[in-house]
Design a protein around this ligand. Structure first.
Ligand code: 5GP
Ligand code: ZN
Length: 121
């Protein structure tokens, strides 16, 4: 999509601090982090919002969800139910203006790190 910032990141036309890339997904650090760890999981395919996803996107959404804890663990904010009871993170989709969505290319926020965080969510 022309003029979509996350399509441009996916096409390497603008830089981002990449954490992960595969055939379907990118993950990169949020440019304005809300917490010590704040990254975005973004499909390479342009979909405007979660509300625009269809059953065709089920596998993609599942892949995004499974990637979140894996990358959170790599970045030091993972959680394991059999672990020390510490850690953890939040995943979030903003949808539409009342959902606070600013970039209309589907993305999952993954937010974590030791509390308190700088900005409330
Ligand atoms: P939304 O409010 O749409 O759910 O969140 C968009 C997020 O994308 C915001 O947290 C914002 O800081 C982040 N963001 C916007 N533009 C860029 C960019 O060019 N690069 C990166 N890495 N993050 C961006
Ligand atoms: Zn896009």
């Amino acid at each position: 999509m022309d003029n979509c910032i996350f399509c441009k990141i996916a096409a390497k036309q603008i830089p981002a601090k990449l954490i992960h890339e595969d055939d379907d997904l990118l993950a990169f650090h949020d440019i304005n982090p809300a917490a010590p760890v704040h990254f975005l999981i973004v499909p390479k395919k342009h979909i405007a919002t979660l509300a625009d996803c269809t059953t065709e996107d089920q596998a993609l959404l599942g892949k995004m969800s499974l990637l979140a804890p894996k990358l959170a663990a790599q970045l030091g904010c993972g959680y394991n139910v059999e672990g020390d009871g510490k850690g953890g993170f939040k995943t979030l989709f903003n949808i539409g203006p009342d959902g606070g969505q600013e970039v209309y290319h589907l993305h999952m926020h993954v937010i974590g790190g030791p509390r308190p965080w700088g900005r409330s969510l």
